[in-house]
Design a binder for this molecule. Structure first.
Ligand code: AMP
Ligand code: MG
Length: 416
């Protein structure tokens, strides 16, 4: 059976990122949050746009104040006041200063700012009580960024810091990758939607909602195709529809060895090539991955299919571990596809049978600079979704490890 890292490598290898030309759209700045830049951005503006003051104080000529001290202040004539947003009117001559405020344009002739706390003012004279360093508190034109250089590279997700940069550079329209299209299918005769009354033997299709939530958080465009009973034709119709419209189809259930587990058979019937049948992972062993060759005229990249196990925990763990990196790569993100892993101290004994790579769910917390892992209380059955609430970490026990004792280090995958 494939190891987790082998399966991950196979999956990432199957994914072709969206195309820089064909799979892009233009969005305006306020719609760009969470989107992935499809082309590098450059600006014709320098940052700062002009020399300016970093502090409230006085713009001076360094040579006038270099020997100043509280016992022997330099006394300068104040020739103008420059608030932020105004343009200086007079050059600073020897023996002169301008009152200036943070972000205001430096007057010509001045080269240094003396902060107001180091001064004393009397009418139109300022006493400089301490010598500054040359050029102190001046933010020079283009010292942060020079016009024409690359401002942001392609392949990054636009979040608050990048939106700030783009706004400042007046980039009001951005070329981003289109959203990744994901279709969701749940299989199982026992499943109903959350708003339907439960009859004996029925449970709610929680997987579709969990996956929808995780995918929306990732910025995907999600098509919920609903519940399909354990009936071959119905499953075949749903999968056939999904694979024509979505980049990635994700189903849950029906991939195990039970009499009603038809997914793999149907994938092959529809021309899918099975790439993975099972992975040595717990929970989540019966993971099916298939590819469908795309039609030659329309596109070059194959469609991916993930058949996740039906158990709610297995579905979510395999989604986080295998599907999420694939979606990130597909989305156009240039790096950081793999889920982040941190080292933490476990607050409980962590146990596994050692036969498969095991993922135990719980809470990762940073306490006094050290990550600690709190194992979720209650049953760690893959059918128990109740104690999944507030999970933000999966402790990883490698094959061969049966116990990580309380207080010891464990690698924890950060999930959301
Ligand atoms: P299966 O993989 O179809 O054999 O399903 C394994 C277990 O997961 C069964 O107990 C199912 O009832 C349950 N299950 C399957 N699909 C879902 C779903 N969409 N939501 C919640 N539980 C599910
Ligand atoms: Mg089933």
């Amino acid at each position: 059976m494939l190891s987790v890292s082998q399966a991950e490598a196979i999956i990432l290898n199957l994914v072709q990122p969206l195309d820089h030309q064909r799979d892009t759209e233009v969005v305006d700045l306020l719609a760009a949050t969470g989107r992935i830049l499809a082309a590098p951005v450059t600006s014709h503006l320098d940052f700062p746009h002009w020399d300016n003051s970093a502090m409230d104080g006085y713009a001076v000529r360094y040579t006038d104040v270099q020997h100043a001290s509280s016992s022997n202040p330099a006394v300068l004539e104040i020739v103008e006041e420059i608030p932020a947003g105004s343009q200086p009117q007079v050059p600073i001559q020897p023996g002169q200063a301008a009152r200036i405020f943070t972000g205001a344009v430096m007057p010509s002739g001045a080269d240094t700012i003396v902060i107001q706390e180091r001064t004393h003012r009397e009418d139109n004279r300022v006493f400089i009580l301490a010598a500054p360093k040359p050029q102190q508190f001046v933010r020079y034109k283009a010292s942060f960024y020079q016009a024409g250089n690359q401002l942001l590279p392609a392949g990054i997700m636009l979040q608050a810091p990048e939106i700030a940069v783009l706004a400042a550079a007046q980039c009001n329209y951005l070329n981003v990758f289109r959203k990744v299209k994901i279709a969701l299918i749940s299989t199982g005769d026992e499943l109903v939607t959350p708003d339907q009354p439960l009859k004996p033997g029925q449970i709610v299709d929680s997987n579709q909602y969990a996956l929808f939530s995780a995918l929306v958080q990732m910025g995907a465009e999600v098509q919920m195709l609903g519940i399909v009973g354990d009936e071959k034709q119905a499953i075949q119709d749903a999968i056939a529809q999904a694979i024509t419209s979505a980049d990635i189809t994700i189903s849950s259930g029906g991939v195990s060895v039970g009499d009603y587990d038809y997914v793999e058979q149907i994938l092959q019937l529809l021309g899918g090539e099975i790439q993975i049948r099972a992975v040595a992972v717990k929970p989540g062993k019966p993971l099916t991955v298939a590819t469908f060759a795309a039609s030659a005229e329309t596109e070059e990249t194959p469609r991916l299919y993930f058949g996740l196990p039906g158990n709610p925990v297995s579905a979510l763990v395999t989604f986080w571990r295998f599907v999420q990196p694939a979606i990130k790569k597909l989305s156009g993100l240039a790096s950081n596809w793999e889920t982040a892993v941190v080292s933490a101290l476990t607050r409980q004994d962590l146990r596994s049978d050692g036969k498969r790579e095991s993922y135990l769910w719980g809470k990762l917390q940073l306490i006094d600079g050290v990550y600690e892992f709190e194992l979720a209380g209650g049953s760690h059955s893959s059918g128990n979704l109740i104690n999944l609430s507030q999970t933000n970490g999966l402790a990883v026990l490698p094959v061969g490890t049966t116990l990580i004792p309380q207080g010891q280090e464990v690698l924890v995958m950060q999930v959301s």
